[in-house]
Design a protein around this ligand. Structure first.
Ligand code: FMN
Length: 573
């Protein structure tokens, strides 16, 4: 089943615009979803293919030598050669399990990449040809078992991939999210794919590797290479939809993305020997939410030219002299979690200017500036160097308690050419003041000072975590201009937002705080707050995020990620 988009550009655009409008949450009405959760048919958390040869991957026996801070200083990490061991590390730290949680009899896995509702719609495949111990072909990664399932054996020893690299392809099982979230699920799948892209980029950086999203690839090519268009291999099992193909190269040098086409890989996969039968995740679907299938078809990507936007040269990233420099990258990646509740003991209404958390920890303006700096694309710096389109997502900041910065509403532009458009569209009485100590190259502007805590809690579907942290974010896309002629870019906008979310997660973790992605917010409520008219689609909010001092939930037990395997094949770096 290859998805064809036989709609005209105009029809596709209308479908996407309608999908987006229809899946907005409103104060009076949430986007359509199930009335209650059909627990009996909860989707199985892991996809497997029965009948494939399995390759058990070794697990890291100790934290990586690479420190978290060094991920942003690539010259500090020597590129490692491709081997079973390094591919295993790459997968463990990108999409592998990070822990199991247990409450009573219920047990669920957490992964290095986060996911809306922990439903994990994203599946991954590596396509490899020159790695001893892994046969040339397409392999599906099962994070639960840290195993590669051989889906396709290439029939001859091909020479397909540039720079001694390999590919990793991502797909989404929309049903996983739709089971819980109904029509809005398509958005969440795209955000999750963005988080996965950034997780992949960070894991590659621990090995000194580079990552490029192959921006010319069509969804039809990706489907063929991943084998997700093979009807007999799925039968009644839930289908996967193509997301993205990434080229990983074991060098510091950026891969020659522009010169590389997937045509030969597609042909080789097409003629390969395929194995395996996909498992069914739910024996019954009460409702499949047809609007998701419509949006999927309307946003199918054709083969295109390579996106070739060049990041401007920016000042080198500031290193921090704080605790983050000392932490192993793998430790930080595995300890990343979503906060469920924040410590507000010092942040009461009686003390609105409080900056410290109960244990004296401060989130400072310097931490904020570094975090914003990390979101700007720089050549060779993870994770934003892996996409080569012009930044289209900007950050609206609800600053609650940050040392050195007044509370209020701020806007950070990731591409400052857009400033005048924002100035035209947003409220006319905004200040547009740059904070005193903000580095010159960071286009951060205070729009209005004040206490935005209750407002952002309300806007975030009344979730207290948006109010109780030190800062909350709204991720605003340059929307209409990007999708007008290319409706499939709708998906890429969410990927970019998800990637930014992953930066926020890791950076918050590195300074002793914790983040949480927020997919539930009242879309037009956010727009109204900043003065965007309801029928103005210049900008749209695609994601929210919050950072604070997390409180642990002591009712939950935490178990190590792979103890259930009882395997002893640990490897030292
Ligand atoms: C796209 C996305 C949207 C999310 N939305 C919310 C949300 O609205 N509220 C919330 O409490 N958590 C939200 N989360 C956090 C997830 O529930 C969390 O990632 C998941 O339970 C897995 O836990 P972990 O992040 O600790 O691995 C979101 C996460 C993602 C990636």
């Amino acid at each position: 089943m290859t998805l064809m988009n036989s709609l005209s550009n105009k029809q596709s655009l209308e479908t996407i615009l309608d999908y987006h409008q229809q899946t907005k949450h409103h104060f009076q009405r949430y986007a359509s979803g199930p009335d209650g959760l059909d627990w009996q048919h909860q989707p199985e958390a892991f996809r497997t293919f029965k009948g494939c040869t399995e390759l058990l991957l070794p697990l890291l026996a100790q934290p990586t030598k690479a420190l978290y801070n060094e991920l942003y200083q690539p010259e500090k990490i020597n590129p490692q050669a491709l081997s079973v061991k390094t591919i295993a590390q790459f997968l463990e730290l990108s999409l592998g399990l990070s822990a199991w949680k247990q409450y009573g009899k219920n047990r669920w896995a957490l992964r290095c990449n986060p996911s809306s509702g922990n439903l994990h719609p994203t599946e991954s495949y590596i396509i490899i040809e020159n790695c001893q111990g892994i046969s040339a072909g397409v392999h599906h990664y099962v994070s639960r078992d840290h195993v590669l399932e051989k889906r396709c054996q290439f029939r001859h020893k091909p020479s397909l991939l540039p720079d001694n690299g390999f590919l990793i392809g991502l797909s989404s099982i929309h049903w996983r999210e739709a089971w819980k979230y109904g029509e809005r699920a398509f958005r969440y799948c795209q955000l999750d794919a963005g988080h996965a892209i950034a997780s992949i980029r960070y894991a590659a950086a621990t090995l000194g590797w580079q990552v490029q999203v192959l921006t010319s690839a069509s969804d039809a090519q990706i489907e063929t290479i991943l084998g997700i268009n093979r009807d007999p291999d799925f039968n009644s099992a839930e289908r996967e939809h193509s997301d993205v193909m990434l080229l990983i190269t074991p060098h510091h040098k950026a891969p020659a993305n522009g010169l590389f086409s997937l045509k030969k890989v597609t042909e080789t996969a097409n003629h390969g020997q395929w194995y395996g039968q996909a498992n069914t995740l739910s024996s019954h679907h009460i409702d499949d939410w047809p609007i998701i299938a419509e949006a999927t078809v309307a946003s199918v990507k054709p083969e295109t030219d390579v996106a070739s936007w060049q990041a401007p040269v920016l000042p080198k990233l500031n290193r921090t002299a704080d605790q983050s420099s000392a932490q192993a990258a793998s430790t930080l990646i595995k300890q990343r979690r979503s906060a469920q509740e924040f410590d507000i003991s010092h942040f009461t209404n009686q003390n609105p200017d409080a900056k410290k958390t109960a244990n004296g920890l401060l989130f400072t303006d310097k931490m904020l500036y570094r975090l914003l700096d990390l979101t700007l694309p720089r050549q060779g710096i993870a994770p934003m160097d892996s996409i080569s389109w012009k930044p289209a997502i900007h950050l609206l900041l609800f600053v609650h308690h940050i040392e050195g910065i007044e509370s209020g509403l701020y806007l950070f532009l990731r591409n400052d050419e857009i400033k005048s458009t924002f100035q035209t569209c947003l409220k006319q009485d905004y200040e547009w003041l740059k904070p005193k100590n903000c580095p010159a190259h960071l286009p951060l502007f205070r729009l209005i000072s004040g206490d935005a805590r209750e407002a952002v809690k309300t806007l975030s579907c009344h979730q207290e975590i948006a109010r109780d942290g030190v800062i909350s974010f709204g991720l605003l896309a340059e929307y209409e201009s990007n999708i007008n002629h290319k409706p499939w870019v709708y998906r890429q906008l969410f990927w970019e937002a998800g990637m930014l979310g992953q930066i926020l997660y890791l950076e918050a973790e590195s300074v002793g705080f914790r983040g949480t992605g927020i997919g539930c917010y009242f879309d037009d409520g956010v727009h109204e707050l900043i003065g965007l008219a309801e029928d103005d689609h210049t900008f749209q909010s695609l994601y929210h995020f919050t950072i604070g001092k997390a409180l642990a939930d002591n009712r939950l037990q935490t178990l190590p990620p792979y103890a259930h395997l009882g395997r002893s094949n640990l490897v030292k770096e």
